[in-house]
Design a protein around this ligand. Structure first.
Ligand SMILES: [Zn+2]
Length: 192
């Protein structure tokens, strides 16, 4: 029997680098971890930022630590429309020619030329999980939601493998709403 996995919903959030933290929160400011996430070493911070687009702004957006080498802001397509930004659908880290926006923190503002994306849905898996599924890093799979209110089969799910991951699928709030996924939703890889 193929094993199932938890489906976690990623709400809009920002990953910041040192330069961004310096500008938004003050020189050498250290972000405060608030809650650990399922992926080892990743956490939600106490601090928040506002995102401003050409049409409107979204306030109090979560920051996910630790700091990265680059700024990456992940929103849903609904958020992007509200902001007035054409955000491309991308895998994390693939930010070339992605959208720009303005970030506002308590100590300053930062204009980013790119870094704003809608994240492609994906599964985080360890090397052992990958063996169990018979899949390699970067493969594209179909996932059937198991116990959501409006069961869906998601296509174009990127299977990502790293020893630093813990098995979980990540979808955004638009996808979660479409499938009626709540906290205990699970998914299963299917062949079509
Ligand atoms: Zn993820």
């Amino acid at each position: 029997m193929e094993k199932s996995f938890v489906i976690e919903v990623s709400a809009r959030h920002a990953h910041l680098n040192k330069e961004a933290v310096d500008v938004l929160f003050g020189k050498n400011y250290a972000l405060t971890p608030k809650k650990q996430l399922s992926q080892p070493g990743q956490y939600v911070c106490e601090e928040r930022v506002d995102i401003i687009g050409s049409k409107s702004k979204i306030e109090n957006v979560s920051i996910i630590g630790p700091q990265r080498e680059y700024v990456q802001v992940e929103v849903s397509q609904t958020d992007a429309r509200k902001l007035g930004v054409r955000a491309p659908l991308r895998e994390s880290g693939d930010l070339k020619l992605s959208a720009g926006c303005r970030l506002v923190g308590p100590e300053g503002e930062l204009e980013i030329e790119n870094g704003l994306i809608v994240a492609k849905r994906h599964i985080h898996a360890t090397v052992e999980d990958a063996k169990d599924f018979g899949l390699k890093d970067g493969e594209i799979v179909w996932v059937l939601t198991q116990n959501s209110e409006r069961r869906l089969i998601f296509g174009d799910v990127v299977f990502r493998v790293s020893p630093n991951f813990s098995l979980a699928m990540h979808i955004d709030t638009d996808e979660a709403n479409a499938a009626g996924c709540w906290q205990d939703s699970r998914g299963k890889i299917v062949k079509i």
